[in-house]
Ligand binder design. Structure first.
Ligand code: FES
Ligand code: FES
Length: 187
């Protein structure tokens, strides 16, 4: 990746969190997310650990960690999404992106992943993470493969329609290639 591609891949948002806004507990498989509290106060939760956020505080949600924000008042944060390619299988040096690409190419079971990438074929410590990755079509919105298949069977024949029906693909967009493949192959 050259510097311009890296710049283009980094996304910045500003969010206003308030008591009526429920931010779903979610993860980003291929991005670290850094939150900076601009105004107000609230709580950040990363993998079950609560961190108080006041003006000037920073919270990091590493790729693959479950996280959310909440407040009883008002919380304004800027959120920076930075692309990373974390290694899921240390023994075979297989990354999250490798496993997702295998899914785009048809892998749906742990055995498929083992055959196509080699991940999970030594100590087995990564098998839990592989199962977790296989279960989700869209990690940003926590939309399962089963939910997407059901929507396709109910007539969603474009990625846009899947987004409208399920929410899949409506955040970072990294899952859109997989969603398109699922529509094409109906699996
Ligand atoms: S970490 Fe994947 S097989 Fe050991
Ligand atoms: S993984 Fe980000 S929108 Fe689906």
């Amino acid at each position: 990746m050259d510097i311009n591609s890296i710049k283009e891949a980094i996304k910045t948002n500003v969010y206003h969190i308030h008591p009526d806004l429920k931010v779903p507990y979610h993860e980003h498989g291929t991005q670290d997310e850094i939150f900076y509290c601009i105004k107000g106060s609230g709580l950040g939760i990363v993998d079950g650990k609560e961190v108080e956020l006041n003006v000037g505080d920073v919270l990091v949600a590493p790729a693959g960690s479950m996280h959310t924000l909440k407040t009883d008042g008002d919380l304004y944060v800027t959120a920076i999404l930075i692309p990373v390619n974390r290694i899921i299988c240390q023994c075979k040096q297989v990354s999250y992106a490798d496993i997702r690409m295998a899914m785009v190419n048809g892998a749906r079971t742990v055995e498929d992943i083992q055959e196509m990438t080699g991940a999970g074929t030594e100590c087995g410590n990564c098998l839990g993470d592989i199962k977790k990755i296989l279960a989700l079509a869209c990690s940003c919105k926590m939309i399962t493969m089963d939910t997407v298949i059901n929507a396709i069977n109910d007539g969603a024949d474009t990625v846009e329609k899947l987004g409208e029906l399920t929410g899949a693909g409506t955040d970072c967009g990294n899952c859109k290639l997989l969603l398109q493949k699922m529509i094409d192959t109906k699996r």
